[in-house]
Design a protein around this ligand. Structure first.
Ligand code: ATP
Ligand code: MG
Ligand code: FE
Length: 354
């Protein structure tokens, strides 16, 4: 039967129902409000909101799919990594539902779900066969991952300070654009000249594919200092936004070039996470992929940002992989929520045959 999936690791409360071939029967995402006034996600507010939203959201998603809970084959929840309060709510809800229905529960790693999204049937023209290189760039993540199989991931590099989206959000805040500011910053940058304001390119040319954004942020704040509390001239703000975006694109292009050197068998470059919405960054990644003679793909934005479809899909792939290896179908009722859950630990699930 279909999988009912729940996502609650950050500030999106989401539910989706997928049939066993991966077809999405229904999905809903609520992006919580109530955080913007604080300029960032407040974990306690997020956890309470998940708790308040989930029962109605699950009911509504079932209704959208014209199913009742009894039609569900199994339940899957994001169980880490993320904010512990939200993880407890979402995984507790999922386990409770599974228990009540007498169906299995599958614990899903949120980053793995982002990593496998490109494999949802029909999303990427030509499909996303293993191995491929994943660039995950969101508010909370910034890493390059070699995706070699279900449960088989190798982290090639990651940020040593801020995540890419975090950098966009902080810079947007400095420019007075509100939160989350990535989209507003991109919009402002369209009116700016990226060549006017020199900014550093942290780690450019450095071995490996780690990222760093805090130096860029600091350099930018120094450009702002002369203005004190007075409002920025609009053209200057636009030029700063464009210059910042260009610097990020330059750095990411360089890091991905290095990552592809570390993974010569990659046939595809996938970009996921909310920052994948940025068209300047996308265009640069497309160019890098082209230069390496590989395809580039970014899932539709709705599936790039946090959602439950990817959680259901990751659970289906996990079950299929277990079956393929002759292992019992997973039941993770005893798995505890984990704020940290490195991807390289996912292979343990299939350890019996490794
Ligand atoms: P997680 O990190 O757990 O995946 P998140 O909520 O922080 O969750 P997403 O929802 O995937 O991340 O993405 C939100 C981030 O993407 C924000 O930091 C936002 O500013 C950034 N973002 C969205 N659109 C753009 C854009 N056009 N340009 C740059 N950044 C963007
Ligand atoms: Mg979010
Ligand atoms: Fe996410």
């Amino acid at each position: 039967g279909p999988v009912l999936a729940i996502e609650s690791s950050c500030d999106e409360t989401a539910c989706a129902i997928l049939s066993s071939d991966g077809t999405c029967l229904a999905q809903r995402v609520v992006s919580q409000d109530g955080h913007a006034d604080f300029g960032g996600v407040v974990p306690e507010i997020a956890a309470r909101a998940h708790l308040a939203l989930l029962p109605g959201l699950v009911r509504a998603t079932l209704a959208d799919a014209q199913l009742t809970a009894n039609d569900i084959g199994f339940v899957a929840s994001t169980t880490g990594p993320g904010l512990i309060g939200g993880l407890i709510v979402g995984s507790g809800f999922g386990k409770g539902l599974a228990l009540a229905l007498g169906k299995p529960f599958v614990a899903v790693n949120h980053v793995e779900a982002h990593a496998l999204t490109a494999r949802i049937p029909g999303l990427v023209p030509g499909g996303a066969p293993f191995p491929y290189l994943l660039l995950l760039v969101s508010g909370g993540h910034c890493q390059c991952i070699a995706v070699e199989g279900v449960g088989q991931y190798r982290k090639l590099g990651g940020t040593i300070d801020d995540a890419a989206g975090e950098a966009f959000d902080k810079v947007a805040k400095m420019l007075g654009l509100g939160w989350p500011g990535g989209p507003a910053l991109e919009k402002l940058a369209r009116d700016g000249n990226p060549k006017t304001i020199p900014l550093p390119r942290p780690l450019l040319g450095r071995e490996g594919c780690d990222f760093s954004f805090s130096g860029l942020k600091t350099a930018l704040s120094q450009k702002l200092a002369p203005f004190g509390q007075s409002p920025l001239p609009r053209q200057f703000a636009a030029d700063l936004a464009a210059s910042f975006q260009q610097a990020v694109a330059d750095v990411v292009a360089d890091r991905i070039t290095h990552a592809l050197r570390m993974m010569p068998d990659a046939g595809l470059l996938v970009c996921a996470g909310g920052v994948a919405a940025n068209s300047v960054l996308r265009a640069r990644l497309e160019t890098v992929a082209e230069q390496h003679g590989i395809r580039f793909a970014a899932p539709p934005l709705k599936l790039c940002t946090d959602n439950a479809v990817m959680v259901g899909w990751a659970a289906l792939e996990t079950c299929q992989e277990a079956a393929r290896r002759g292992l019992p179908q997973p039941d993770d009722t005893a798995t505890r929520p984990r704020p940290r859950w490195p991807l390289d630990e996912m292979a343990h699930r299939f350890a019996a045959t490794l």
